[in-house]
Design a binder for this molecule. Structure first.
Ligand SMILES: *[C@@H]1O[C@H](CO)[C@@H](O)[C@H](O)[C@H]1NC(C)=O
Length: 523
C-alpha cells in the first residue's frame, strides 16, 4: 500500500514535543546510562519509573473520515519515539511501569474534527535495536517460487515488504493456469513492476511446458542453482505467501551455518499429524533453505528426481531427492513457520516468540481470518525487529506490535484484581497469565507439542478484550515543516458490543534517533 496522507495532522508528535519530553526526563537519568550510549540516547531515555503527568493536546481527526465509523466512538492515541539500543536478543516481553494511553475521549466527527484533551500523555520512549536500519544485504541468497501470474501480481505488495534493496534475487515460474502458459507481455510488465520497486525478480516460464505442479516447484532448485554467482551461498524455495519479517534476522540465522557444507534447512509443520504423514521435511510454506553445496547435489540429480516424483507435493519432492542422494538430514529451525493451524491465530501472533518466516495468512489460506501482512509489518520500517514484539503496560494492557492491543479487565495480566489503591492488589488476586505460553486460539484439535508448546487454553471475551490492527500507514508528523513521511501510524479497532461505542486506539511510531552509521549488521 502506498503512503497515505492524512487530511490534517497530529499536533503533538513534533520535534518540539520530543525536546520538551527529553528536557523533562533526560537529566534525571543521565547517571544510569552506559557511557557509550550517552551521547545519542541521553536526551530521550526515560527514567525507570517515569513520572507521568497528563498534558493537553490537540488532534485533528479528519483522517478518520474514510473509515466510516459509527459515531460517537471512544478514541485515544499515543506517540511513540523509538530509542535505538544495542541488540541483546529479542525479549519475549518488556514490562513498562507506566500506562500506554492517557484517557479516552468521545469523538463525533460530525460535531467536530478537532479533539482537545487535557488527559494526553507525552511521547512514550520504547527501546528497540535497529531503528531505521537499511535493508540487510542478502546478495548471498536466491529465492524461487512458482505460482500463477494472477497470484504473483497480488503478492507484489507483500514481497515489497522484505525483498527490495537487499541484493537478493528471486525467480518466479509462472503460468496463467494449468492449461495455459502466461502471456509474455504480461510477464515483462510484471517484472518491470518489481524492478521499479527495487526487487530483482525474474518472471519466467516453466522449465518444460509440460511440467506438473510438483515438477515446476522441484525445477526451481536447478533454476536458482544455475543462476548462482560468486556471492551465492543459499537458495531458498518459497511459496507465494511465504513472508520473512526480518531479513536481518534471517541472515543472522544463516550465519550460524557454513554454506560450504551441505545444509537442508527448514521447518516442520506445527501439526504433528502432518509430520508423521509426510515426513521429516522442510515444509514449503516456511521456506526451504539449501546451502549452495546442497543445491549442487540437488541440481546434479534433478533430471532423475524430477522424472520420478513420488507425490504431487513440491516440498516432499525436495526431501525425497535429498534423502535419496545424500546423507544430509533436515536442520529444523522452529522459528521458520509453516503455520498449519486454522481459524483465529491471535495466540500465535501474540506469543512474542521469534518468527523468522510466516505463511498461510492470505485470503483463501486463512478463511475468515485474512491478515493484511503489509499493514501489520509496516512498523518494521521504523524499528526492524519490533514487529510482533510485546510490551506490557500498566492498566492491564499488552501491545503485540502490529497485531493487537489486548486488555485484561479482571486483572489476569498482573494477577491483581482491579480495585484498591491504584492496582495494588487490594482488590484481591486472580490467576496470572503465563505469557511464556502460547494461547491456543486456533480451531483445530492438533498436536503441537513438538512445535508451539507450551500452550494455554483460549481466554474468554470476559477475561481478554482485543483491539485488532485495522490499518497502518506512513504519515507526516509535521506537514508544515517537513512535507515528508516520517511516522508510521497504526490504527487498532474494536467494534462495540450492542449499546457500546466502537473503540479506536492509535499509535504513532516515530524514529527518535538518527540511524547509527554502522546500521547494516552485515556490513
Ligand atoms: C539483478 O541481480 C543481478 C546479479 O547481481 C544483476 O546482474 C542485475 O543487474 C540485477 N538486476 C536488476 C534489475 O537489479
Amino acid at each position: 500500500m502506498g503512503p497515505r496522507k492524512p487530511l490534517l495532522l497530529v499536533v503533538f508528535l513534533t520535534i518540539f514535543a520530543s525536546v520538551v519530553f527529553v528536557a523533562r526526563l533526560g537529566a534525571q537519568d543521565g547517571s544510569r546510562l552506559q557511557p557509550h550510549l550517552q551521547k545519542v540516547e541521553q536526551w530521550i531515555r526515560p527514567p525507570k519509573e517515569a513520572h507521568l503527568e497528563y498534558v493537553s493536546c490537540e488532534e485533528h481527526l479528519g483522517w478518520l473520515e474514510p473509515y466510516s465509523f459509527t459515531y460517537p466512538i471512544q478514541y485515544v492515541s499515543r506517540d511513540i519515539v523509538t530509542v535505538s539500543v544495542p541488540d541483546s536478543g529479542r525479549p519475549s516481553l518488556t514490562v513498562m511501569e507506566q500506562p500506554l494511553f492517557g484517557e479516552f475521549s468521545t469523538v463525533d466527527l460530525g460535531a467536530s474534527q478537532v479533539l482537545n484533551s487535557d488527559k494526553c500523555l507525552s511521547p512514550l520512549a520504547l527501546e528497540v535495536p535497529r531503528v531505521l536500519v537499511r535493508p540487510a544485504d542478502a546478495s548471498n541468497m536466491i529465492f524461487g517460487l512458482q505460482t500463477t501470474i494472477g497470484r504473483l501480481k497480488n503478492t507484489v505488495k507483500h514481497l515489497a515488504r522484505w525483498l527490495p534493496n537487499t541484493n537478493a534475487r528471486l525467480y518466479a515460474i509462472v503460468i496463467e493456469s494449468e492449461e495455459k502458459p502466461a502471456d509474455d507481455a504480461e510477464m515483462a510488465a510484471l517484472e518491470k513492476e518489481f524492478h521499479d520497486q527495487g526487487m530483482n525478480v525474474s518472471v519466467i516460464h516453466p522449465v518444460s511446458p509440460t511440467d506438473s505442479f510438483a515438477q515446476r516447484y522441484f525445477s526451481l532448485g536447478s533454476v536458482m542453482y544455475q543462476a548462482r554467482n560468486g556471492q551465492t551461498e543459499w537458495i531458498v524455495f518459497i511459496d507465494d505467501d511465504t513472508f520473512f519479517p526480518s531479513m536481518h534476522d534471517l541472515q543472522l540465522m544463516l550465519q550460524r551455518h557454513n554454506p560450504k557444507k551441505p545444509w537442508y534447512i527448514g521447518s516442520l509443520s506445527e501439526d504433528w499429524w502432518a509430520v508423521d504423514h509426510y515426513g521429516l521435511m522442510g515444509f514449503g510454506g516456511a521456506g526451504i533453505l539449501l546451502s549452495i553445496t546442497m543445491a549442487e547435489t540437488l541440481d546434479k540429480y534433478t533430471p532423475d528426481c524430477k522424472a520420478h516424483l513420488r507425490t504431487t507435493a513440491g516440498d516432499i519432492s525436495v526431501m525425497d531427492c535429498i534423502y535419496q542422494h545424500s546423507s544430509v538430514k533436515l536442520t529444523h529451525i522452529p522459528e521458520l513457520h509453516q503455520v498449519d493451524m486454522h481459524g483465529d491465530l491471535s495466540g500465535f501472533y501474540e506469543s512474542g516468540r521469534e518468527i523468522l518466516s510466516l505463511h498461510h495468512w492470505k485470503e483463501g489460506s486463512a478463511a475468515g481470518y485474512k491478515l493484511e501482512m503489509e499493514k501489520m509489518h509496516l512498523v518494521a520500517d521504523i524499528c526492524d525487529d519490533c514487529f510482533l514484539r510485546r510490551w506490557q503496560f500498566s492498566n492491564e494492557i499488552l501491545l503485540s506490535n502490529g497485531f493487537s492491543i489486548t486488555q485484561y479487565p479482571q486483572g489476569h495480566l498482573t494477577g491483581k484484581k482491579p480495585g484498591g489503591v491504584l492496582g495494588t492488589g487490594v482488590g484481591g488476586v486472580v490467576d496470572k497469565i503465563n505469557l511464556g505460553e502460547m494461547e491456543n486460539t486456533w480451531a483445530d484439535e492438533i498436536n503441537v507439542l513438538h512445535s508451539l508448546a507450551p500452550a494455554r487454553p483460549k481466554m474468554g471475551d470476559d477475561i481478554k478484550t482485543s483491539y485488532k490492527l485495522l490499518d497502518s500507514m506512513w504519515i507526516d508528523s509535521d506537514p508544515e515543516h517537513h512535507m515528508q513521511h516520517d511516522t508510521v501510524r497504526q490504527v487498532y479497532f474494536k467494534e462495540g458490543a450492542e449499546g457500546e461505542k466502537d473503540t479506536v486506539m492509535v499509535l504513532n511510531w516515530h524514529a527518535g534517533t538518527a540511524p547509527p552509521t554502522t546500521s547494516n549488521t552485515l556490513g
